[in-house]
Design a protein around this ligand. Structure first.
Ligand SMILES: O=C(O)CCC(=O)C(=O)O
Ligand SMILES: [Fe+2]
Length: 509
């Protein structure tokens, strides 16, 4: 349980400390998680404390004043709030200190803001929090209520998560976990030895013009009015820039735009005036056979410190590269069949459940994950590019504000996985235009048209794999009928495994 020390004196709240210039810690009293050696956490801006502090407190408990709501745990109150409209949340917050603290939760206001924007797009100025932005409140208009008799992990935890020091988790990477680093690789080296392993190339993208030209400030000058997609919203870059440098979100809104080439009017490829090009080492990308019908494949990624991507595998069995133009990213990666601590995958792999925020995963599971022999970790700095092999799990977090470019591709060595994915996981295929009805058949037809030998080889490889898998299964269940009685659907004759290439270990119980 998180326990923090009491404020040293009455009114030792950051907003007051800031005005009197109290500064060794920038006006923030340091709270320590005394139950572990975890990172220090500053005082909550409203003075809210973790529940553990209640047992040391002598004064009143604000929760005693919430009337009928006392019957509900904090978790339920937080969920209940999601059903209320703006006016109700605001007014409920004015009734007492505990409900003020609850109704000030910026997660709730983020939800209200996004809902309002989806109903009708309105113009706004970013004002540091979702609540102030939606209510258009200037700093001096924001109510500041001292909530130091509010004790709640539900309310305190997001604050802890948005203030963790990332360095605590991303430094001291054990030597055996380090992602390999090279200046560059040839395609032959990639194809023969590295298409199944993550690596970082330190020189390969330095010649890209965008590496010299793009910083957040130059992008602001050139593209201030261009709207980019950031999760559920399209914001002018000038607004997103303001948000980046003035937010306290546990999971900051992440700019992830797949139409950036068109929006920015840039050229991609090795031709005059190009902004950047595909690195040679990854070789041909077989989804190029799909032309305009290929699924979404390249993104501009911009985000502040702490933004990033929670654990996932890339879509459709593709591999990817991710190039950092400004900033630095911490990566933690696992091979396809690893059971990653804190990440729960449904039987058909269609659903992945993990802590909502990167910070929460780092706090709860990083130490355990780091001990797994399959774990790989690394920091990809500006001017470097990282390879994500097909099917690998990865979590990525920005260590500072930054810009990156990413592209998904299908190298020859992973063609079987991609064919298998499109065929056997049709319900999980993503990124294709709506009018592409049968991505699997389309890809097979295009491969047949452009490179029939390659297609034949991939299909043979899939058959061999299926045969191996069937043999393994027969060995596991034995050849007598005993098992078949209990699992008639798994009879060795007539039972189809499909290609099941990508995650075979997940499919054999
Ligand atoms: O830069 C990042 O946040 C990682 C992006 C990523 O993993 C992806 O695009 O699939
Ligand atoms: Fe990814």
């Amino acid at each position: 349980m998180l326990l923090s020390q009491e404020p040293r004196r009455e009114g030792d709240l950051p907003f007051e400390a800031n005005t009197n210039g109290n500064s060794a810690t920038n006006g923030h009293a340091i709270y320590h998680d005394v139950a572990s050696d975890g990172p220090a956490v500053p005082l909550h801006p409203l003075g809210i404390k973790p529940l553990g502090n209640l047992y040391l407190a002598s004064g009143p408990n604000a929760r005693n004043s919430i009337g009928i709501f006392q019957a509900l745990p904090d978790e339920t109150l937080a969920v209940l709030l999601e059903y209320f409209d703006q006016r109700t949340v605001r007014q409920l917050g004015y009734t007492c200190k505990f409900l003020f603290a609850l109704c000030s939760s910026d997660d709730v206001w983020k939800g209200l803001f996004l809902e309002a924007q989806s109903e009708s797009k309105f113009s706004f100025s970013w004002r540091g929090t979702w609540r102030s932005t939606l209510l258009n409140l200037k700093e001096e208009q924001v109510a500041k209520v001292d909530c130091n008799n509010v004790f709640s992990d539900v309310l305190h935890r997001p604050f802890v998560c948005s203030n963790i020091s990332l360095g605590h988790f991303t430094s001291n990477i054990p030597a055996r976990n380090q992602i390999s680093r090279f200046a560059d690789l040839t395609y032959d080296e990639f194809a023969s030895s590295w298409s199944d392993r993550p690596f970082i190339l330190t020189e390969c993208i330095r010649a890209w013009p965008v590496f010299q030209k793009w910083t957040l400030d130059t992008l602001l000058k050139t593209y201030a009015d261009v709207e980019f997609r950031a999760e559920a919203v399209d914001w002018p870059f000038s607004t997103y820039y303001q948000y980046m440098f003035n937010n306290h979100d546990e999971s900051p809104l992440y700019l992830f735009d797949r139409k950036f080439v068109e929006k920015m009017g840039i050229i991609v490829g090795k031709e005059d005036g190009a902004a950047y090009w595909k690195p040679d080492c990854f070789g041909p990308d077989l989804f190029e056979f799909l032309g305009a019908e290929r699924p979404a494949h390249r993104w501009l990624i911009i985000g502040p410190e702490r933004s990033g991507s929670t654990f996932h595998k890339d879509p459709n069995g593709t591999s990817a590269w991710n190039a950092v133009i400004q900033g630095a990213k911490y990566w933690i990666m696992f091979p396809p069949s690893t059971a990653v601590p804190g990440v729960y995958v449904s039987k058909d792999s269609s659903e992945v459940t993990s802590p909502l925020s990167i910070a929460e995963w780092l706090l709860e599971f990083h130490a355990e994950a780091r001990k797994l022999p399959e774990c790989l970790e690394g920091i990809c700095n500006a001017g470097e590019i990282l390879h994500v092999p097909s099917g690998w799990w990865h979590l990525v977090v920005n260590l500072g504000s930054g810009i990156a470019l990413t592209q998904n591709f299908v190298p020859e060595s992973h063609l079987p996985e991609v064919i298998s994915f499109l065929k056997d996981r049709a319900d999980q295929v993503s990124g294709f235009r709506r009018d592409v009805n049968d991505p699997y058949q389309l890809f097979i037809d295009r491969l047949q048209e452009h490179d029939p030998m390659l297609l034949a080889g991939a299909l043979q490889e899939l058959e061999r794999k299926q045969e191996r898998k069937k043999r393994t299964w027969d060995m596991v269940v034995g050849s007598n009928g005993g098992e078949e009685e209990e699992h008639p659907e798994k009879k060795s004759t007539g039972f189809s495994f499909g290609f099941g290439f990508g995650d075979d270990d997940e499919e054999i119980p």
